[in-house]
Design a protein around this ligand. Sequence first.
Ligand SMILES: [Fe+2]
Ligand SMILES: [Fe+2]
Length: 326
Amino acid sequence: MTDTQAKTEDEAILSSETISKALDTVPNAEFMVHNGDLVDDGVKEEQWDWLLGHSQESLLNTTFAPSAGNHEDESYAFIDHFNLDVPENSATETGAYYSYDYSNAHFVVLNSNEDSEKYANFSENQIEWLKEDVKAAKANGSKWVIVNIHKGPYTTSNHATDDDIMDPNGVRNQVAPLMAELDIDFVLQGHDHIYARTKPITSNGTASETEKITETKKGQTVEYTVNPDGAIYLIPATAGPKVYYKNQDPVLGEAFYNLFEVADENHSAIYGPDPSNNTRPVRGQIQNFVGISMDKEKLTAVTYEIDQNKNNAEPYIIDQLGIIKK
Ligand SMILES: [Fe+2]
Ligand SMILES: [Fe+2]
């Protein structure tokens, strides 16, 4: 999940309810991954108290793997709240990067709050570490490599046209090609507060066509992409209150949206604009999270939605996807 990002204690209660509903919905989850913007203002301790306090029961019963968002990008606000095994001598003032293994999968958590001339939101040190880390994981036999990145290259709302994404040194031009080159399977993003997912994207930024297999389990159909060339990117909208409309800037164009398998208008749009900011849908109506499982050959991701106005605000499935690697 991503962007719990509560501004008030009531909103933090909403976010903590997403966390507990996610754990109830995916009851055998070994751990929970958060793609950043945990709070709205990382230097306000009360916001951490609200989120972690109201989520206490959930978080004491799982392992939590957080990413730093830009809302906790200063004064060591991120690293001071988590016990993370970061690379020796890596910078931690704006966030942290680290990696870990779970079974046959390797998870790489990036910090998109850094900056350098070469890589916009990343230091050269971090990118060098990423390359070495993924190579070492592959050499160690990791079958799956999953990257968590807060400010991701392939999203469909306001931030899809930000300079740090679109500039020649931006994430879409410099870091995204690396994901394909390093043979990363799945990239989980945050920051853009809308649900979307791509086709596999190759190192030259095009979508690759692959064989697909459809499987039906318990009445649910999942389409698996077989041996994809490139990484699939997904943004699980928000686990908290804040939502954005889909980006209408013509600079993105048809070619950009053709990279996506799902690129719908924000599901919150049906509830009208936010009374305090009519450039955004009303806050707090819809939350999302994704349950991911992996085995030897197959990765499956199931996306759930919580709509406060229906189904007693209990999660239901809105999307499913998978990758098969033979
Ligand atoms: Fe955010
Ligand atoms: Fe953000």
